[in-house]
Design a protein around this ligand. Sequence first.
Ligand code: 7TS
Length: 411
Amino acid sequence: MLNPIKLREDFPILKRLVNGYPLIYFDNAATTQKPVQVIQAIREFYEKHNANVHRAVHTLSQEATELYEGAHEEVAKFINAESIEEIIFLRGTTEAINLVAYSWGLRNLNQGDEVLLTLMEHHSNIVPWEILSKIRGFKIKYVDVNEDGLLNYESLEENISRRTKLICLTHVSNVTGVINDVKRVVKLAHDYNALVLLDAAQSVPHMPTDVKALDVDFMAFSGHKMLGPTGIGVLYGKRQHLEELEPFHGGGEMIRQVSYNPQTGRCMITWNRLPWKFEAGTPNIAGAIGLATAIKYLKRLGMENVKVHEEELTGYALKRMAECQKVTIYGPKDPRQRCGIISFNVANVDSHDLALFLDSYGIAIRSGFHCAQPLHQRLGLPSTARASFYIYNTKEEIDRFIDVLKEVEQL
Ligand code: 7TS
């Protein structure tokens, strides 16, 4: 069991007042707050070990390299990857998806091929594929969602064929909190020899993740949504795929050798080994150390406990929000079908006005389309307000939130 009251002491920002009220932070799907352990680890790196990695023989560089490689180890163990060769550090989920698009898609997708996306994807898992499809001429098909926001598995089965080369799927919707049956999708994809790219931005921070059990080919997630700093994220890829891929970004660090040939007047280049082949240039070393520290923090809590805590909060919030006459909640009614994300509206109140009103009481929620406009379109929704929870949120905070919602209803 988590003790949110106790662990809140680790989060300095939660002591803040916002507009004269104690901060209630319900915008965790956008980014999470950072515990002192993460802040200190970053600070300690710069105070004691700062140097570039994989380059110099001096002590600081050795220390920085050890910490940086150790961070890959921490991530590999956290998601049950085979080794650090399968763990590539990038800026975040967005960059990780772009890597798959440009390293894999640019070379493997041709006219006549098809890529399946779903209507519940975040723009990060739509836009790179739409851009690439214009370059390569392959077709994109969108798998439908049902009225309650659940993935329509019949639509998936109707759309998949021998032409399908890749399915791009979010594990958890950042709008409805719907949890997709990844194993079912992967099984179907592999039956058709298609690969699966899982957008795990909203799942890895909130539940235990085992890439071997999921059997996904690629998986992307962001450190900042799981207590880590911004600017660091992960692409997991099955080793056999990563071995075959050409790099996305070229530069220092990702090469073994660049040799100039005077005969041809060109350089011959060989790639570094995995995972460094995909990490061009000086990486975000402090960010990686911050992420590893965040993972240690989450592991200490236990990811199963994190999940249960959020389920409890979500169930409680759904129940209390149902008391509000003018509140409409989107997504499935059954809390077991969703994560700690609740999108909603109050009748006749614009979502941004609602967010501003809540902010005047120190309550932070998100409003708008949450970078998932196709889903809003499909469900016929105007912009929505969204509350999303994490380990440090409490039922008392939800009560306070409900009080303000009821006040809005009176306006
Ligand atoms: N995929 C999903 C499912 C997301 O929720 C997000 C960010 C991303 C990808 C992109 O992650 P990034 O770290 O590369 O930016 N989602 C949100 C959100 O819901 N509100 O702000 C960011």
